[in-house]
Design a protein around this ligand. Structure first.
Ligand code: NDP
Length: 788
């Protein structure tokens, strides 16, 4: 049989290699040796390391190892450039971003080939997905630059941003970081991953070519140590990181108390749920993209197949057949499905994980066929016969390994899907739109794809829930991650309050019977676990009452009660609004009594504070059904519904001053957005909050939605910060205690807001709006394709 007849017969692909000549010529033109790009100039290469082609093991170039001095120089350049860059009009900055977008399009093929050489991903992906998305990102953000002052009127850029990115989408992650930062008026120092610096260096040349002002973009190459020098640098105002959850946690700990902005885009173990009524062939094609795109080295890879039991056998049989047709090999070949893994160390890591999974009882299927004789290649693998505790189910593998499990009912699917510390993405396949749209809000993940997968667009925010990090990239949410309120810089340090000394004798002469206020947990008054109480003094040191001295156990009970009340998040916004209005009404009814109690505790007339507290409850009752999402129109036949969802359980440690308003100003936005709360009221003047129990009880607040634990604010804040059942924590207190809270929050990466010892005047009406609403919520983007 001649060759043509054979191809007709077998329908085999012939080789279709993309030529590496131009990329090699570019590398040769640089003598295959690169310095850093700092202050618009190239440094002379110093200590270097090799960047290798993972498909061949050959060295592509020598890259400079960024030292502390290099990072210092880059921060200095970025700082110097910030003034001019942020002072440009949005239109001027937009023109630079547009020029970058155009230049990337013009050099798209060179970028794609270089990316594939350096990273090992199939050229089909770098050419058709990575690079077009990079250009799209710069286009999109050119528009944000121009419209910034209209859309974010009270916001200013952070200043100098340190950005650290991984190796799986080298240029795309660069674009996700640099485009919004520059649009907002920040300057940047970006460190690419050690394995993949080349396209970042080519990008630096693009910056030179479009005449970007020097120092606006600085690229410092290097390893983890270079990243550490960036995260610890006192001259950097914001850190944006994409990478492993482990390093993300380390960065959270290092930046605690520094006042740096922080966004983290971390790992995932995303469920891919297939219901029995799904279009099975489409679901299989989607799954191929979900897990074998970029060799599975994708943070949002659909790595956990959850398939309904009734179709499991048929689905797995079809899947295995399809897996056998996947072509693994030379990434530069245009008809290759699976290219090379990033590096030998990653191949070994994955093999070790698979061995552990097998030792724990897993079965592994890999199709027949030979892998290339050299380079970092792995076959696609399907893991079955696993329990949720199996290492391969629980750990992020970051490789071409799919783990399959089955479920019987939609409820079980949701439980399995959420049974992970991660929450980056999820996919749902069903021909029943009612079912799909019922499941999507129940999945704890930042992105949900319905009947599709791995859709990305610059206009649609991307980012995680839980230990997948916080902050979003793309869209409005992504822009706000690079901006901060202009008024923040005017905040002064809170003057140190003089401790009130108890008066000698301390007779309890308030004219009332001796009374120790209890805690309020799960809708009931509860005695403190310790059995101890704390004295409440007036400003002159006279004992005016006692409250329970809360401890870890009380916090645990309160968190348990709050978690049991998570149904509050699905209570209709209209109902939440009514309850907040009712709270306001009942507080107002007793305003004279509360004002008198405030006078007793603070020595000041409490009338205005009560009135403001009522007004604040009204304000957030008004917001409950208005602070909502958006519908995006990405450039494909789909809409993406940006849904605003509550964080979960929020811990609140309120200020000592303004004891009623301080608590209400934080409680009201958290409640309005659907978060049950554990509140630690003013440590010095908690009586207004313990008086509030009756108001709460008469206002139809469901049990467990508001829990109040009195005691030592800092000690209770630490317990809340360390508690994995708390999803967000707001803390008003000293700079040191704020740093402690941020550091202690790393265990489950809860989102924190701390006052850092600064004077946040919560009576200011600027806190009636989206400042705390944004902190009480997270955005989930649900992609819904259409087309008959
Ligand atoms: P890392 O999180 O270690 O690396 C991400 C980036 O951070 C790289 O630029 C890295 O530098 C840098 N870095 C490493 N340590 C520090 C540090 N202490 N402080 C500051 N920066 C640091 O991911 P890896 O590349 O090592 O991959 C390990 C695993 O992480 C993967 O197998 C995968 O499970 C997960 N991962 C998840 C990603 C995601 O998108 N969610 C992306 C990449 C990895 P350098 O590479 O030069 O060491």
């Amino acid at each position: 049989m001649n060759e043509i007849a054979r191809i007709f017969e077998t329908l085999d692909y012939g080789p279709a290699p993309e030529g590496p000549e131009q990329a090699n010529a570019w590398l040769d033109a640089h003598d295959r040796k690169f310095g850093h790009f700092i202050d618009g100039k190239w440094t002379r290469p110093g200590k270097t390391f090799s960047s290798d082609n993972p498909a061949t093991g050959e060295s592509l170039a020598q890259i400079s190892m960024g030292s502390e001095d290099d990072v210092n120089a880059a921060v200095k350049a970025a700082r110097a450039a910030f003034k001019g860059w942020s002072a440009l009009s949005g239109y001027e900055r937009g023109k630079y971003l547009y020029a970058i977008a155009r230049a990337i399009q013009k050099h798209a093929r060179l970028f794609a080939v270089l990316e594939t050489l350096d990273n090992g991903k199939p050229i089909r992906e770098s050419r058709d997905i990575d690079i077009p998305l990079v250009a799209r990102h710069f286009y999109h953000h050119a528009g944000w630059a121009q419209h910034l002052s209209r859309e974010f009127p009270d916001a200013v850029p952070y200043g100098v941003c340190g950005q650290i990115i991984p190796w799986n989408f080298p240029l795309l992650m660069l674009a996700w970081k640099i485009a919004p930062a520059l649009a907002a008026g920040n300057t940047v120092i970006l460190k690419p991953a050690e394995f993949t610096s080349l396209t970042a260096l080519l990008f630096a040349e693009i910056c030179e070519r479009v005449g970007l002002p020097k120092g606006v973009v600085n690229i410092v190459t290097g390893e983890g140590g270079t990243g550490q020098a960036i995260t610890a640098h006192a001259g950097i105002d914001k850190i944006a990181f994409t990478g492993s959850t482990e390093v993300g946690k380390a960065i959270r700990a290092v930046t605690a108390g520094s006042g740096k902005g922080l966004s983290l885009e971390l790992g995932g173990k995303s469920p891919y749920i297939v219901f029995e009524d799904a279009d099975i062939d489409s679901a299989i094609e989607g799954l191929i993209d979900a897990i074998w795109f970029n060799q599975g080295q994708v943070c949002c890879a659909g790595s956990r197949l959850l398939v309904q039991e009734s179709i499991e056998a048929r689905f797995i049989t079809k899947l295995k057949k399809r897996m056998a047709s996947l072509r693994v090999g030379d990434p530069l070949d245009k008809s290759i499905d699976i290219g090379a893994m990033i590096a030998p160390v990653q191949v070994e890591r994955i093999k070790d994980l698979m061995k552990r999974g097998v030792a724990e009882g897993a079965d592994i299927y890999e199709p027949d066929g030979q892998l290339p004789s050299r380079g970092c290649f792995l076959k696609p693998a399907l893991v079955t016969n696993v329990s949720p505790a199996n290492t391969l189910v629980a750990e992020e593998i970051f490789g071409p390994v799919l783990v399959a499990m089955s479920f019987r009912t939609p409820e079980e699917a949701v439980q399995l899907a959420n049974n992970t510390k991660y929450g980056l993405a999820a996919t749902i396949w069903s021909e029943n739109i009612n079912l799909a749209l019922d499941i999507a809000p129940q999945i704890k993940a930042g992105v949900v794809w319905i009947n599709g997968t791995n859709n990305f667009d610059a206009a649609v925010g991307f980012g995680g829930y839980k230990e997948s990090g916080y902050g979003r990239e793309g869209g409005r949410e992504g822009m706000s991650a690079y901006l901060k309120p202009a008024w923040e810089k005017e905040l002064k340090a809170v003057p140190v309050a003089k401790a009130v000394e108890p008066r000698a004798g301390n007779p309890l002469d308030t004219g009332h019977l001796d009374q120790t206020a209890k805690m309020y947990i799960g809708g009931k008054q509860a005695r403190p676990d310790s059995g101890y109480s704390r004295a409440v003094l007036d400003p002159s040191g006279k004992l005016i009452g006692e409250v329970g001295d809360g401890n870890r156990k009380d916090i645990r009970n309160a968190v348990e009660a709050a978690r049991a009340a998570l149904g509050w998040s699905t209570t209709p916004a209209h109902t939440r609004a009514q309850i907040l209005y009712f709270l306001a009404e009942n507080l107002d009814y007793r305003r004279d009594e509360f004002a008198a109690r405030l006078k007793l505790q603070t020595g000041e007339d409490g009338t205005e504070e009560v009135a403001l507290s009522v007004e604040r409850l009204f304000a957030f009752a008004g917001w409950a059904d208005k602070y909502d999402g958006a519908v995006h129109n990405p450039p494909l036949r789909a809409v993406a519904a940006a849904m605003i969802e509550p964080l979960g359980v929020i811990g609140i440690v309120a200020p000592n001053a303004r004891p009623l308003l301080g608590s209400i100003a934080l409680l009201a936005p958290a409640l309005a957005m659907g978060n049950p709360v554990v509140l630690v009221p003013s440590g010095t003047s908690p009586l207004s909050l313990t008086d509030l129990y009756q108001v709460i009880e008469t206002s139809d607040v469901p049990n467990g939605v508001i829990n109040i634990v009195t005691g030592d604010s800092v000690a209770l804040a630490k317990t809340l910060a360390e508690h994995d059942g708390v999803d967000g924590l707001w803390f008003v207190g000293s700079a040191d205690a704020s740093a402690m809270v941020e550091k202690a929050s790393t265990s489950n990466l809860k989102q924190t807001w701390t006052s850092r010892g600064l004077e946040f005047d919560l009576s200011n009406r600027r806190f009636e709006g989206d400042y705390f609403l944004a902190k009480a919520t997270q955005v989930k983007n649900v992609w819904i394709p259409y087309g008959a």
